[in-house]
Design a protein around this ligand. Structure first.
Ligand code: ADP
Length: 625
């Protein structure tokens, strides 16, 4: 005889909310039902441990699709429910049996394996079903199997069921528009997404019409259910028990990345919070692809979400990994996480672990660390800018690669360049080793060390280093090799009249009335001139170019620095041949510009023409000369 009832606690108000709740993630119903099955098994195991029920040989959850019938079944051999329990747990939305069970067995082994805390999970089944049926038999002695059926999650019907063994079968009659959830491919990828590491074996199978056996042949065997999950994810193991091969295999499998990771961190904390996980440093192919990291968040082996930036600091999103935190709710809402002190501490803890690992790689395995510094430095620098605490921890493990391939810390750079005792310290750098080769060699020729800072983030990073975290420390400046002639020239008589005359000559020849020209004695006489650009205005201009900021832009402050030692400059000081002088001025200026950045197209054409003109003149001196 059927018993009728109505679901308590304002089901009419709650159902529409649930239906809309995760509308974009409809597939989450499968996570909820499969994890209920896993929970029911965890509860059964706990009772078996206490000797209240016999232990089973096999525990499993089966997901069985029947396209013809239009049904999806989720079957477990767990604790099951009595009629009373169905009424209490299922009929009262938001009343979670898991909480009650936990309260009863508080402090006993095994309770950590129980997933649900929320009490709404089951109802997500109605997002994709036109009817939901529960057939369940409690493992309690003398229990009767019961059936519960509902079409809308608001009205239900209960009756006896024919289920023979303890456990629960949930049968969903899948709605017309959600038939996709009966296809094996969809089910497999959904299970792989949410259930890949759930702690009980999960099998997927499909009911097939048996084909009529052909004459003289064996009837075809029914399809074997396939297990879709790995019940022992690597992060649950003790770090000391994991091998390098296992870490790599896990990485390849979970993140579908063929390259090996550079290194990894196995998080394993019990206090102040329960958190396990593995974070990998991927091989970063270029600066832009580096943003493709992914950090998967789990709650007791149940997938919660990808890349939750409240839990994982944004700059760590370049990493790939899995983090399992049983204390986070399964249904995380962003606003909850943002305001949660616990989450903030967790995020700080992860940051600290990453920083500590970098430092220990640097101190313990410096050679390896140097090898992958080229891969990881954009991430480290970005992290420093975003999070000063991270910077404080890693600052001694930040390396600068010199143009001749050495890797130095800032301290080593300053020691080697004899600046340790100076009040004002300078780091010379180039942003393009090929383009700036001539200027680099001017500096290295003077015994200076030039480092290479050639990524997008470097501009911001050196500004950060100059201004941040330098309280009580000496002044530090970074100067690109074209920032000035400091260190390349020596004091000599500066002939102001000669300088003025040269400035006029160049202004006239180049048609630039505001051109600034300096004249000094370079230590080397290899080049006639250098174009220098004030470091700060250049950085501004670079950044607004990169970020496309047209609103505010500052013109670069350029100077043509002439070398009084060079024969061409000496020639220009005295010559009177207006036509040839103009050619020489233009050529000297273009050559100096080319040594730092590519010429614009028109200017390039003019330069090439002029070069040919000068060569022709060399082999064919002017007739009248
Ligand atoms: P939660 O799992 O978050 O507690 P649900 O709405 O998913 O919330 O389930 C409510 C309760 O119903 C569970 O706590 C559990 O007591 C019971 N329940 C649900 N599914 C099963 C199942 N497969 N076997 C046994 N009990 C179940």
């Amino acid at each position: 005889m059927a018993e009728k009832g109505s679901i308590s606690i304002h089901a009419q108000n709650i159902m529409p909310v649930i239906k809309r709740w995760l509308y974009s993630d409809k597939d989450i119903f499968l996570r909820e039902l499969v994890s209920n099955g896993c929970d029911a098994i965890a509860k059964y195991k706990l009772l078996a441990l206490k000797g209240e029920v016999p232990a089973l040989e096999e525990y499993r959850v089966d997901v069985v699709a029947d396209e013809k019938e239009g049904t999806l079944k989720i079957v477990d051999n767990g604790i099951g429910m009595t009629a009373d329990e169905v009424k209490r747990y299922i009929a009262q939305v938001a009343f979670s049996g898991a909480e009650e069970f936990l309260a009863k067995y508080k402090g006993e082994d095994g309770q950590n394996g129980i997933i649900g805390h929320f009490g709404l999970g089951f109802y997500s089944a109605f997002m994709v079903s036109e009817k939901v049926t529960i057939d369940t038999l409690s493992c309690q002695e003398g229990a009767q199997a019961v059936r519960w059926e509902s079409q809308d999650g608001m009205e239900y019907e209960m009756s006896p069921s024919d289920r023979q063994t303890h456990g629960t079968t949930i049968t969903l009659k899948i709605s017309q528009e959600d038939q996709d959830f009966l296809r094996k491919w969809t089910l497999r990828s959904t299970l792989e997404k949410y259930c890949a590491f759930m702690p009980v074996p999960i099998y997927l199978s499909q009911v097939k019409e048996p084909e009529p056996p052909k004459e003289g042949e064996e009837p075809p065997k029914p399809e074997e259910p396939e297990q879709v999950n790995d019940i022992h994810p690597l992060w649950m193991k003790k770090p000391s028990e994991c091998t390098e091969e296992e870490y790599k295999a896990f990485y390849h499998k979970v993140f579908h990345d063929y390259d090996d990771p550079l290194f990894w961190i196995h998080l394993n904390a019990e206090y102040p919070f329960n958190l396990k996980g593995i974070l990998y440093f991927p091989k970063i192919k270029n600066e832009f692809s580096s943003s493709e990291g992914v950090i998967k968040l789990y709650n007791n082996q149940v997938f919660v979400a990808d890349n939750i930036k409240e839990v994982i600091p944004e700059f760590l999103m370049l990493l790939k990994g899995a983090i399992d935190c049983p204390d986070l709710p399964l249904n995380v809402s962003r606003s909850f996480l943002q305001n949660d002190g616990y989450v903030k501490k967790m995020s700080a803890y992860i940051t600290r672990k990453v920083a500590d690992r970098l430092v220990s790689e640097f101190t313990g395995k410096r050679e390896d660390y140097q090898k992958y510094w080229d891969d990881i430095h954009p991430f480290v620098k970005y992290g420093c800018i975003r999070d000063e605490k991270f910077y404080d921890r890693v600052k001694d493990a930040i390396l600068f690669k010199t143009v001749d391939g050495q890797y130095l810390t800032l301290k080593e750079y300053l020691d080697k360049s004899g600046q340790s005792a100076e009040k004002e310290k300078t780091v010379y750098y180039a942003s393009d080793a090929k383009r700036q080769a001539q200027m680099i060699s001017l500096y290295t020729g003077e015994g200076k060390i030039v480092v290479l800072l050639d990524t997008l983030i470097d501009n911001n990073f050196i500004s950060f280093l100059e201004f941040v975290g330098r309280e009580g420390e000496d002044k530090l400046s970074f100067r690109r090799v074209d920032a000035g002639t400091e260190g390349l020239t020596e004091a000599g008589d500066t002939d102001e009249a000669a300088r003025k005359a040269l400035e006029d000559k160049f202004r006239k020849a180049l048609g630039q009335q505001d051109l600034a020209v300096t004249l000094s004695q370079f230590k080397q006489d290899t080049i006639p001139a250098m174009v220098t650009v004030d470091e700060q205005t250049r950085r501004f201009a670079d950044m607004s170019r990169v970020w496309g900021d047209r609103g505010f832009s500052m013109p670069e402050k350029k100077t043509l620095a002439l070398n009084a030692r060079h024969p061409l400059v000496q020639y220009l000081e005295t010559s009177q041949d207006e036509e040839l002088d103009a050619l020489v001025c233009q050529q000297v200026n273009d050559l100096a510009e080319m040594a730092r950045s590519p010429l614009e197209s028109e200017r390039m054409v003019a330069f090439l023409q002029r070069s040919n003109q000068l060569l022709t003149r060399l082999v064919k001196p002017r007739e009248n000369a």
